[in-house]
Design a protein around this ligand. Sequence first.
Ligand code: KG4
Ligand code: ZN
Length: 339
Amino acid sequence: MPVILGIESSCDETAAAIIRDGKLLANVVAGQDVHRQWGGVIPELASRAHQQHIVPVIDKTLKEAKVANEEIDAVAFTRGPGLLGSLLVGTSFAKAFALALDKPLIEVNHMQAHILAHFIEDENFLKKPKFPLLCLTVSGGHTQLVQVSDPYTFEVLGETIDDAAGETFDKVAKILGLPYPGGPVVDKLAKTGDAHAFKFPVSRVGDLDFSFSGLKTSVLYFVRDQLKNDPEFVAKNVNDICASVQYTIIKTLLARLEEAAAKTGIRQIALAGGVSANSGLRNALEKLGEEKNWDVFIPPFAYTTDNAAMIAMTGYFKFLKNDFVGQETAPLARYYIGS
Ligand code: KG4
Ligand code: ZN
């Protein structure tokens, strides 16, 4: 019955979680409001906030889980990808904690963890995917189609060649003068907008790859041109613009997912990453899954954006294989999922 402490600090969430034998005992996330006024994550401010949050977050997690330090069997931490200064805080804490407790250390790839969140024992997860699994991972920094053969084997079938889907939501929100992070705001406004009010381009690049920079630019030019005729254009049409952009992002993502499923023959289809919180995407994937007769796995909201439960879960799988690392392990700003 291994007890794993997971630590996540790759971007702007300081998080810790404890899993016992795959079951979640505590899951604590501290966000960082400091970035809001800048309209995006400022790396230096993120590192400083992690430094302030890490001890109280770990403390709260241990208390909520009712787990004593000595009961922890291993410390898992996000090694990358992410902001190096942020990763350093979590990595250094994990190393010091493991050293002090004389417990093994487990390094975790953040993108693998988003996918393996689907295996957390949680009453909100009604069913578990089987392998091989095809996952559409959509976050602020990544957009990938990943074939997962088992909890240790990941192959990227396609990915974005420029902006990530989450980044596109955030940049479009910025163009529209909406606060950061843009994804949840666009999602909310889109609910009462007309998805067909405005037409934006659906890009087609590479085999199973994605591109979102053209969409972002076309929204930028469209808004700029409309504002010339009517300075109130955005204010009057923000819901329709959000709905139309969201529709285009979803269409782009699901077209590729459909192709990847056809190509691989895989019918176990999962969604992961921060953008998997998007209600339009969740609904559209459910619908497509019914049409295609796929088994669709959509994470509960708590496991969509960054959290440490997914880090602890990945740590648990690695613990079962005695896959430990030494104190010399350094964080990696770039860390390819298949490596
Ligand atoms: O996975 P995540 O928490 O962090 C990274 O690893 O990047 O993803 C954050 C991204 C942000 O771009 C945010 O705008 C987006 O997820 N996001 C959403 C929604 N909630 C978060 N995008 C669309 N709709 C949402 N409801
Ligand atoms: Zn993430």
